[in-house]
Design a protein around this ligand. Structure first.
Ligand SMILES: Nc1ncnc2c1ncn2[C@@H]1O[C@H](COP(=O)(O)OP(=O)(O)OP(=O)(O)O)[C@@H](O)[C@H]1O
Length: 362
């Protein structure tokens, strides 16, 4: 019985992407199908190298190919092509302030100190480790901590007096308001001046081609965070919170802010979830538990992961080597990596939902 390319495509059209809820062929993920006698070769291009569902897709695709009558062997080449946030998502419709950046991911929090920068730095690093091209922009003028957390002590240079070259470290392109001004100087700036400075960091930095630009927003829901969020065409926003119920009110405000500017909230990350004693493994929920889950349920938005409260995370931040790099096999790094995959998966889903008008499935 001879096998045709059409048989292979028919088999692949029965494999669903569990997150996008459409089949691999419709999603445009099946490429370069070649059949020779009873052997087939094809490429499956995931929508992100950090795909959280790769294991399931791989198992389902292999099972489907094994079911093709007459096919003896097959060879799947796995790749990834991050897609852009479609025009009209977030910000002004059709605006492309950063045409070479496929997805701007905002990281926000209703209040300071919940670990927004820690999450931003580890998210960026985890995505880069998966093979994505990633930039990290620290727009938190209240306390720009990205220089410390990435261990960058040099200042960016400007080859032409107009644009800035981002710093490079840990496989990331990095820019921070902290590289350019003293912290106390930025604090006394008022709205328009601050907005101008932040816009310069977005616009006048030579980011080059990026799959993801992680934007660490200033804490709170003030005008500056709002106008910055509006100015970039964001793929979505991640809300960071701690497990306490008192943090819930801040999450509500942050969610309302992103709703107002039509930026999809990708979900909630709960930081400082619990403390696991390194000596006896006893778990203590220092900041209570469950607040992040409750907030996610309340808004029907995904829960993207929980990050433990751990000395290693704080030490890694202070040492300028994110835990995802410094202790890649630790449970903390694994928690950040799982979170990053969930976020990348959500971005792909949002992009695809707009591109092919998928129904909203949470
Ligand atoms: N899960 C964690 N375990 C241990 N320490 C943490 C954790 N998350 C954050 N920290 C530490 O808490 C402090 C505040 O974190 P971070 O700067 O990321 O918060 P932030 O929300 O960005 O704060 P700000 O509002 O000041 O910008 C840092 O010293 C950081 O290392």
């Amino acid at each position: 019985m001879s096998v045709s390319e059409r048989d292979i495509l028919a088999a692949m059209s029965k494999v669903m992407d569990p997150e996008l809820h459409i089949d691999l062929v419709k999603a445009g993920m099946v490429k370069d199908v070649r059949v020779e006698g009873d052997k087939a070769k094809l490429k499956i291009e995931l929508t992100t190298p950090a795909c959280p569902m790769k294991g399931k897709i791989q198992a389902d695709a292999e099972a489907a190919l094994k079911g093709v009558p007459g096919l003896k062997t097959f060879d799947i080449e796995w790749g990834a092509q991050v897609r852009s946030a479609p025009a009209g998502m977030g910000g002004t419709p059709g605006q492309a302030l950063l045409p070479q950046v496929k997805n701007v991911i905002l990281v926000g929090a209703g209040k300071g100190g919940v670990g927004k920068s820690t999450v931003s730095v580890n998210l960026a690093t985890a995505l880069a480790r998966e093979g994505a091209k990633v930039g990290l922009l620290d727009a938190d003028f209240y306390g720009p901590s990205v220089p410390l957390m990435t261990g960058i002590t040099d200042k960016p240079t400007s080859p032409d007096g107009k644009t800035l070259l981002p710093m490079e470290k840990h496989g990331l392109k990095v820019m921070s308001i902290g590289f350019l001004v003293e912290a106390d100087q930025a604090l006394i700036w008022r709205g328009p001046m601050l907005h101008g400075a932040l816009m310069q960091l977005v616009r006048d930095v030579r980011w080059g081609e990026l799959d993801y630009l992680i934007l660490d927003l200033p804490p709170g829901t003030g005008d500056v965070a709002l106008s910055l969020s509006q100015s970039v065409r964001a793929a979505g926003a991640v809300l960071v919170t701690t497990p306490q119920d008192v943090a819930l009110a801040d999450v509500v405000r942050a969610k309302q802010m992103f709703d107002k500017v039509h930026i999809p909230v990708l979900g909630i990350v709960e930081n400082m979830s619990q403390f696991v004693c390194p000596n006896c493994s006893h778990v203590t929920p220092i900041f209570n538990k469950g607040g992040g889950h409750r907030a996610a349920q309340m808004f029907s938005i995904p829960f993207l992961g929980e990050i433990p409260l751990d000395l290693k995370i704080r030490e890694a931040g202070d040492a300028g080597v994110p835990v995802v790099i410094g202790a890649p096999d630790s449970p903390e790094a694994q928690a950040f990596r799982a979170m990053a995959r969930n976020i990348a998966g959500r971005v792909s889903t949002e992009n695809m939902r707009v591109a092919v008008k998928l129904p909203v499935v949470r």
